[in-house]
Design a protein around this ligand. Structure first.
Ligand code: PGA
Length: 254
């Protein structure tokens, strides 16, 4: 049984620090028996510092983005090093909601390199908006991986987690559809092949691949057993104390 990782993406929630602290503390309590599953919570930047002050060995923290510049004239940005200095150890990069706002593979590539240089583990999100009969979505994911990971050293690749997040399955996508574990398995095999062509099979086999897109407590077991993934990246379900704790417990036993 390999060690699983569950990463909660809180997105731009909750509205107040008080609620954030309550949810975070609630998760700690809810998973008190969990020993081997790695749990990461990625709250909005604003709450990161306070949450790092809540003592726990059960949860690590991550950011939902981090800029590539170290320090200086970048109005509105937060650097990877600043995030690391606050105590976070992970950063989600290339989430589809940021890509929609204009983030390119080149931007993400620069952010990945800066994150690695600062000591953060990047969680690189890839995934197609829609699926088509001619399967061109495989090429899209291939391009995302190749461009986002361009110039990343072989020695660093094991620090990166790849999150396969088909946009058509994300909870907020209008007219969303469910992904099956078989869809996920097919894509993770493809992703592993791209990684192994680029970095060699030994280094590529160290990379953890997780699934995101309406991941919830009902399908956790199926995805972890049959979806070819080492973990999940729930968004909406990570804001629900009971559901998130349940996902983690299922991961612990699968
Ligand atoms: P969801 O979000 O679980 O609410 O679909 C996942 C994500 O976008 O990271």
């Amino acid at each position: 049984m390999s060690k699983k990782i569950i990463i909660g993406n809180w997105k731009m929630n909750p509205l107040t620090l008080k609620e954030a602290e309550k949810l975070f503390s609630g998760v700690i309590k809810g998973i008190s028996g969990v020993k081997k599953t790695e749990v990461v919570i990625c709250p909005p930047f604003l709450y990161l510092e306070k949450l790092t002050k809540i003592k726990t060995s059960k949860i690590k923290l991550g950011a939902q983005d981090a800029f590539w510049g170290d320090v200086g004239a970048f109005t509105g940005e937060v650097s990877a090093e600043m995030v690391y200095n606050l105590g976070a150890r992970y950063v989600i990069l290339g989430h589809s909601e940021r890509r929609t706002l204009g983030e390119s593979n080149l931007d993400i590539n620069k952010k990945i390199k800066a994150a690695l240089a600062s000591g953060l583990s990047p969680i690189l999100c890839v995934g197609e908006n829609t699926r088509d009969e001619s399967h061109s979505y495989f090429n899209l994911v291939k391009t995302q991986l190749e461009e986002c990971l361009d110039g990343v050293k072989k020695a660093s690749i094991a620090k990166i987690i790849i999150a396969y997040e088909p946009v058509w399955a994300i909870s907020t996508t209008v007219g969303r559809k469910d992904t099956t574990p078989a869809d996920s398995l097919e894509m993770t095999i493809f992703i592993r092949k791209i990684l192994s062509d680029k970095f060699g099979s030994n280094d590529a086999s160290q990379v953890r691949i997780i699934y995101g897109g309406s991941a919830n407590e009902k399908d956790t077991e199926d995805f972890l057993k049959n979806g070819g993934v080492d973990g999940l990246l729930p968004g909406r379900a990570s804001l629900d104390l009971k559901k998130f704790a349940e996902i983690i417990k299922i991961a612990e036993n699968s």
